[in-house]
Write a protein that binds this ligand. Structure first.
Ligand SMILES: Nc1ncnc2c1ncn2[C@@H]1O[C@H](COP(=O)(O)OP(=O)(O)OP(=O)(O)O)[C@@H](O)[C@H]1O
Length: 971
């Protein structure tokens, strides 16, 4: 069949073909001679073999590369690529045929083409990608990590991915940086070839082994003749076993473009190297790049040197020798490492004198566990050489960082500090102080000893739950200075009282709390320490009160800032409840509290949420517990807040080194248990009575309530009159409590409580709560008697499913049953109700199937109101229900309530009896309906009208209100 070409055309084609063949032959010859001139040991060996063998060795490698490039991140896919690779081994030998073409493309390319003669590549660049993708076998770009761990890489031989499946993945094949690891490799390596089997499959862990394989024996055969390989040899000798640079060079020697960095003028360096496309691309990304057309070389600022070296070492097709003087020449093997002259004192000095580095290679030490620290540093062969001499070294494949035992810290820092081109930020003083035992190799205490609590009231000691006892032990082991950061509701109060009681000899005690819980604290002290005399608690209610009047003085944050500043050193033992209130150093409350805390011997900080959004919020609390740790905010900010200089000043709103901060806090400052950690020790429900702040109740309301109480004490002519009087008293109580209730809810929100339910009975209370939530833009739902049945369910779903929904505001009578709101584990009762069944049912909106936590229940109780009578009555009733097995929990065991009305005066007793009688269990249903109806009707009162209606006239029940009551009973 005719080709259709003229004779002339055929002649030219033949001529071109001959020329191409000649060019190819020339190149092959040049490559062979080039290997002999510059290559390291493996290259020499390969140069002796045939080109065909080389092609065979690499062909399968490239196949992996191509596949992997398509999906480099999937370890599962990777497995099949590797397997496929083996299956296609023979077929892919063909692909090596394109080498010549690629080489041609390279040689025809751009500026540094002429350098090929100087530093000829041994194999086409495309092949060398294979190394890179071996490195990426774990699905990540390993960069420096790969460079460090790859060791001497020989694709065809070191292929444990295809080892005999019967042979377990041997951990010894993974270079964990331990000297033993490489020894094992020496013996394993050669035999690994025998295990190559087509039926074997490669797993991600196999790939890891591949990544880490090194062949120290081959290093011993070293002794290349080029300048570069000479430097490699020097590094091997000086930096001890496994110099990274050498390892990298050796692994790449089969297929790489080699070159070196040389000084270029005062502050620049130049890279002498042949053409390599990857490298040119890298050059172009370096900010200080400059091309010298005369020399046909790129040069760069020394400032970019370490990042350049780091980047270049991630290129699998390039090996660049570092600048002269950048080797580890100063480190003769072991000379610095026989012990260390550095002691903790000089380490501390090191922390103080450390300044921002100007050196080429910059790094930072960080604590990663109680025993180990990590060095995060840019690439430096010199540094890697030092690392490799540390017995406790470990290289983390995932983080690509080296870590060491703290006992190696002094000697490592000693050597690193002696390297001119390297600057490493030391561990902070606080870490050195805290972990001095580990650094000095003396045994550190891990178990916290059981404190001798014989000096403390046995009631409290016996009541402590096991984890609470551990908290007390922790506090005493830290000399009474700590941040107790247990989750909400885990009993920080009982622990704090027990810790403070241990130091009773050092009292007077100061307790600083949010104003809403001052009285709750006073109750708790008497509850848990029965040995206290009745007058030993002093709750400060105004700036004029004396702060040191009693043995135990309880003050709000705001009042503290108004107290006498001279009292600074009066208190040796201080409890700060909700200590995150001190998070802002600029606030008056913080400025008032800090001097007191610094002067005190024992500082017990309590907070379930010590920091809500950023580490900066912890600074004052850390400084309160351990003032010496970070005397300056700035140093804390630099270390843990990722401090950044902005045009307007420093920005400390970030976060950095959080692992170290956590370890430091847990070791020296803080104990924190989550509910889920101690769930098995907790009751299903934890009830708590919160005595709300009396200042929230206006003088007028107090007077009205007092007048009502007086009238009731006198007694009434008929039962109906009694009931009406009680209901009026109840309504006025609601009004009087509004301010305090809202304040308490805002405090809960400020503490960052996730989701909670608030129950109230009166419309005015519900309205006031909702108005405040709206004002503060808090997302919430509201279900009351006016909520249509159809809407109730969708509101519940909204609350259950949306994280944004924080509060459910619920009517006690209209939403106490039939609803599931288990997304909340806190229930707050803004008002009490005389029927405990209603309260328990309301509690169970959260405490029901779906609830995975212990439910906290807070009953807000106001003194001088109907609560004085309702609360003991409710307790009594629940106790009876509990004894009869009808109520799961029993108030007397779980609520701080025993002393609420310890000795009712005769007048109170009458009212109490009145409540008992009126709201007795034995009333008939009709009576209950009447009461609810009346109560509900009164709940609609306009507050002003109630106050005006001091005669106690009941309002009439309107038809819509009646309907609501009916609806309630239909539920
Ligand atoms: N060991 C205990 N025995 C009996 N009751 C306990 C015990 N520990 C805690 N409680 C009760 O559990 C409830 C919650 O305790 P407490 O208020 O101290 O928790 P908290 O951790 O301070 O919570 P918050 O962060 O909400 O203030 C209280 O009613 C308390 O009396």
């Amino acid at each position: 069949m005719s080709s259709g070409l003229t004779e002339e055309q055929k002649r030219r084609i033949e001529e071109n073909r001959q020329k191409a063949l000649a060019r190819r032959a020339e190149k092959l010859a040049a490559q062979r001679s080039g290997q002999v001139v510059i290559a390291g040991p493996q290259v020499k060996e390969q140069s002796r073999g045939s080109w065909g063998n080389l092609k065979e060795e690499y062909s399968h490698v490239r196949f992996i590369t191509q596949q992997h490039q398509q999906n480099p991140n999937s370890p599962v896919e990777q497995k099949s690529y590797l397997q496929k690779d083996y299956n296609h081994y023979t077929a892919n030998q063909q692909m090596a045929g394109s080498h010549g073409e690629q080489q041609k493309n390279c040689s025809e390319d751009s500026e540094q083409a002429s350098d090929i003669k100087q530093f000829p590549t041994t194999t086409p660049n495309s092949l060398s990608y294979s190394h890179k993708h071996y490195m990426n076998a774990g699905g990540q770009e390993h960069g420096q990590q790969a460079l460090i761990n790859l060791g001497t890489f020989q694709p065809a031989k070191c292929y444990p991915a295809f080892k005999n499946p019967a042979e377990p993945s041997h951990p010894r094949l993974i270079d964990n940086g331990h000297p033993g690891g490489s020894k094992d490799l020496q013996s394993q390596n050669k035999s690994a070839i025998k295990y190559v089997s087509p039926s074997s499959s490669a797993t991600p862990s196999d790939s890891k082994m591949l990544i880490n394989t090194s062949i120290p024996t081959e290093r011993e055969e070293g002794g290349g003749t080029s300048q570069a390989s000479g430097r490699m040899q020097k590094l091997t000798n000086s930096a001890g076993a496994g110099s990274t640079f050498e390892a990298a060079s050796c692994k790449k020697a089969n297929s790489v473009t080699k070159g070196e960095c040389v000084k270029y003028g005062e502050d620049r360096f130049q890279v002498k190297i042949g053409y390599n496309a990857e490298l040119i691309a890298l050059f172009k990304k370096i900010p200080s790049k400059s091309y010298d057309p005369a020399m046909k070389k790129w040069n760069f600022s020394l400032e970019d040197y370490s990042s350049f070296m780091e980047a270049v070492n991630q290129l699998s097709s390039v090996v660049v020798a570092p600048l002269e003087g950048e080797n580890a020449g100063g480190l003769t093997s072991g000379s610095h490492f026989i012990g260390s002259t550095v002691d903790v004192k000089s380490l501390l000095k090191m922390c103080k004198t450390w300044k921002k580095p100007s050196a080429l290679v910059k790094g930072k030490c960080m604590l990663i566990s109680r025993l180990r620290f990590e060095v995060d540093i840019g690439y430096s062969s010199e540094v890697i050489g030092v690392f490799k001499q540390m017995d406790s070294r470990n290289y983390d494949m995932n983080t690509r960082k080296w870590s060491f035992l703290l006992e190696d810290y002094p000697k490592l820092m000693e050597v690193l500090q002696s390297l001119v081109s390297v600057e490493v930020e030391p561990l902070p003083e606080a870490v050195i102080q805290t972990f001095a035992a580990q650094i000095q190799r003396s045994t550190s205490q891990t178990d916290i000893p059981d404190a001798d609590l014989s000096v403390v009231d046995s009631k409290i000691v016996m009541s402590l739950m096991p984890f609470q006892r551990e908290g007390v032990n922790f506090a005493i082991s830290r000399n009474g200075r700590l941040l107790l950061a247990d989750d909400m509701g885990l009993g920080k109060t009982i622990q704090a009282i027990c810790i403070a009681a241990y130091y009773r000899k050092e009292w007077p005690l100061l307790v600083v709390t949010p104003s809403s819980v001052r009285f709750t604290w006073a109750e708790a002290f008497h509850r848990w320490l029965p040995s206290l005399s009745p007058g030993s608690t002093n709750v400060i209610v105004s700036g004029k009160d004396k702060l040191t009047a009693s043995l135990i003085n309880i003050v709000s944050f705001d009042l503290l800032s108004k107290m006498d500043k001279k009292l600074k050193s009066t208190f040796q033992v201080v409890i700060i409840d909700e200590s995150h209130f001190l998070k802002n150093i600029k606030t008056a409350r913080c400025q008032a509290a800090m001097p007191l805390l610094k002067a005190a011997r024992r500082v017990i900080l309590l907070s379930g949420t010590p920091a809500m959004s950023r580490p900066a919020e912890l600074y004052t609390q850390i400084a309160a517990v351990q003032p010496a740790f970070f005397p300056h905010y700035h140093s804390f900010g630099l270390r843990y807040c990722d401090a950044k200089k902005m045009p307007w000043g420093w920005d400390y709103s970030g976060s950095s080194n959080l692992t170290e901060l956590k370890i430091l806090l847990e070791e020296a400052i803080m104990i924190r248990r989550l509910k889920s950690d101690v769930l098995s020790q907790l009751p299903a429900k934890q009830r708590k009575m919160v005595v709300v702040a009396p200042e929230g109740i206006s003088a007028k309301s107090k007077a009205v309530l007092a007048a009502e109480a007086k009238k009731m004490a006198k007694g009434y002519g008929s039962k109906q009159q009694e009931k009406e009087a009680l209901l009026l008293f109840y309504n006025r109580t609601a009004e009087a409590k509004i301010h305090s209730v809202v304040e308490y809810i805002l405090e809960l929100l400020e503490r960052g409580n996730d989701k909670f339910l608030v129950f109230a009975h009166h419309k005015i209370v519900l309205d006031a709560i909702v108005a405040e939530l709206k004002k503060k833009h808090v997302e919430h739902i509201r279900i009351d008697g006016s909520t249509p049945s159809a809407e109730r369910q969708s509101l519940c779903h909204k609350f259950q499913l949306s994280e944004k929904q924080v509060v459910a505001v619920l009517s006690l009578t209209a939403a106490n049953m039939g609803l599931t709101l288990s997304a909340a584990d806190l229930v707050v009762f803004a008002e009490l109700f005389w029927n405990p069944g209603v309260l328990i049912q309301a509690e169970d909106r959260a405490h029901r199937i779906g609830q995975t936590s212990s439910v906290n229940v807070h009953y807000l109780v106001a003194r001088g109101t109907a609560d004085d009578y309702l609360w003991p009555m409710i307790q009594e009733k629940i106790k009876v229900l509990g004894e009869a097995g009808l109520s799961e929990t029993n108030f007397s065991k779980t609520a701080e309530s025993t002393n609420y009305c310890p000795k009712p005066d005769p007048k109170q007793k009458t009212i109490y009896d009145l409540f008992q009688r009126t709201f007795s269990e034995n009333r008939d249903d009709a009576d209950e309906v009447l009461l609810l109806e009346a109560a509900d009707a009164c709940s609609e009162f306009d507050s002003g009208s109630v106050l005006r209606d001091t005669e106690g006239n009941m309002c009439s029940v309107s038809p819509p209100k009646k309907r609501r009551i009916e609806e309630f009973f239909k539920l």
